[in-house]
Design a protein around this ligand. Structure first.
Ligand SMILES: [Zn+2]
Ligand SMILES: [Zn+2]
Length: 106
């Protein structure tokens, strides 16, 4: 960590800087810096970061993940349903194990 004691905030010349924005590499005081996704960035860079494509936004990514989960569950249910339907459509003889016997005896 760099020594910030002699650095001043970009917006407040009288205030000591407490953090350095990793994006623009400028120094800011506690009031000017904001936290964004576990990183401290200045408001200007925060605006820049907020402009990332919609799909890269955490909120929307979360929604997308939930949608994917739902789709996965639906597909699982659908295939389970399909299997059940197939099993139901099998002749009862098959379940009793007499289907093959009767064929061979004829
Ligand atoms: Zn910045
Ligand atoms: Zn400041």
């Amino acid at each position: 960590m760099e020594n910030l004691t002699h650095q001043r905030c970009l917006n407040h010349a009288v205030r000591e800087a407490v953090a350095r924005c990793p994006e623009c590499r400028r120094y800011f005081c506690r009031e000017c810096i904001t936290e964004h996704e576990d990183r401290v960035v200045c408001p200007a860079c925060l605006k820049k970061l907020a402009r990332v494509p919609l799909l890269k936004r955490p909120a929307l990514a979360g929604v997308l993940r939930i949608a994917q989960c739902g789709l996965g569950l639906f597909l699982a249910w659908f295939f389970f349903h399909l299997m059940a339907e197939m099993l139901l459509r099998l002749p009862t003889d098959f379940h009793e194990g007499t289907l093959w016997e009767s064929n061979w005896l004829d």
